[in-house]
Design a protein around this ligand. Structure first.
Ligand code: CTP
Length: 389
């Protein structure tokens, strides 16, 4: 974060209000400056002291009883981003209509920068025509919506309406502080993770890729509005819950089929997965028994990127990764040419599994670009470079 971004955290009345305390805590630890607004109904679920103690900053809930004589304008002007979490159906309806009958609705009307809504409620309320048309009105006005997660709700219904995992809200905040939904409708396929090749029913051959970079790309692309198909093998993290399609393909052969069968309709294909170059020639049906030594015959897998390059349409962009231990730039440039890619991202294998990395972006034209940061930050910058291409 370059400067301490100012987040106005607005909490509506709903059972998920208690989860906003954790959101405030994780935002504070991440270095954001936070002020909080609680609606009258939120005060029935949580106390101002929770937020004041965690954010070390002011909490506001009234237009009339505030030390500031015009709190709605001061708070609207102060915030870089307003985050309404949880957002109630009532507050969204008021904002969609431009009503200003309490502190929060007045702030929303006066604010000139970005607003992120995080709705959480009963599934039938969330899917109601009235609520969906209010969401559309807000989105058409440039507001951002992080859709709820699906699962068991507090009302004992099963469905869409859950407050998202806090880290996903923070990724959305990071995205909308600097980016817009500039990729709406773009169809992108991303692969992630380490191939898993079976030796017998118990043993496998795999590699050290964690899938974090691929998941960060899928997440950042989705938040910018792209329709993301993720093909993933073995990964060490939860998938973002809002992807358009997510398909697990563990082996190089399964990934080949999953990718090639979907490739034609994709505008960008980003091959971030660490695909096995070899697989056992025969997978033993029964568990192999111990002996004094063992040798395994391996055969080459198909190169997915090379096949994609053969079938590539003029409107498609192909992006590859090169994880190396030596001569990183030279090896990556050779792969860029050999596989006929538009962009390759070179990096040292030592950062596999870590949250941060240092990478070099190499395309056919222009100078190699070195960037470093956490993998979400790198994903944003890789996407910016693809947009330029
Ligand atoms: N890749 C692929 N299909 C394979 C192997 C790799 O599509 N069977 C892709 C990877 O997803 C990556 C790029 O090709 O985007 C480069 O992968 P890498 O393993 O670094 O290179 P290889 O071409 O396999 O060459 P080497 O292992 O000799 O470095």
């Amino acid at each position: 974060m370059e400067k301490r971004s100012r987040i106005l955290l607005c909490v509506c009345g709903g059972i998920a209000a208690y989860k906003a305390i954790d959101l405030a805590s994780q935002l504070f630890k991440a270095g954001y400056e936070i002020r909080t607004v609680l609606t009258e109904n939120a005060l029935k679920f949580v106390s101002p002291i929770n937020f004041a103690a965690i954010t070390h900053n002011s909490v506001h809930s009234s237009l009339w009883e505030d030390s500031d004589p015009i709190p709605h304008i001061s708070l609207a002007d102060w915030a870089d981003l307003i985050v309404v979490a949880p957002a109630s159906a009532n507050t969204m309806a008021k904002a969609a209509q431009g009503l200003a009958d309490n502190l929060l609705s007045s702030i929303l009307l006066a604010h000139r920068k970005a607003v992120l809504w995080v709705p959480a409620m009963n599934v039938n309320m969330y899917l109601s025509t009235a609520l969906q048309s209010n969401l559309l009105a807000l989105r058409n006005r440039g507001h951002y919506i992080l859709e709820p997660a699906t699962g068991m709700l507090a009302c004992a219904y099963e469905g869409k309406g859950k407050f998202p995992p806090v880290p996903e809200i923070i990724y959305a905040i990071r995205s909308y502080l600097t980016q817009t939904r500039d990729l709406v409708g773009k169809k992108v396929m991303v692969t992630a993770g380490a191939s898993v090749e079976a030796i017998d029913p118990m043993r496998i051959i795999t590699n050290r890729s964690s899938g974090k970079m691929g998941l960060s790309l899928a997440r950042a692309l989705s938040l910018r509005g792209a329709e993301v198909t993720l093909i993933y093998s073995s990964i060490s993290e939860e998938l973002p819950y809002y992807l358009t399609e997510a398909v697990q393909a563990l082996s190089a052969q399964d990934m080949y089929q999953a990718v090639i069968s979907r490739a034609q309709s994709m505008e960008w294909i980003i091959m971030c997965a660490a695909v096995a170059d070899y697989t056992p020639k025969i997978v033993a049906e029964q568990k192999l028994k111990k002996g004094s030594q063992m040798s395994l015959e391996m055969v080459a897998t198909q190169d997915i990127l090379a096949e994609l390059a053969k079938r590539k349409s003029s409107k498609q962009l192909l992006i590859g990764f090169a994880a190396e231990t030596q001569d990183i730039i030279a090896n990556a440039t050779e792969k860029l040419d050999k596989k006929n890619l538009d962009l390759i991202i070179a990096n040292h294998i030592k950062n596999a599994g870590k949250d941060s990395n240092a990478i070099t972006l190499i395309s056919k034209s222009g100078k190699p670009q070195n960037i470093e940061g956490d993998k979400f930050d790198l994903a944003q910058q890789i996407i910016d470079r693809i947009v330029e291409l």
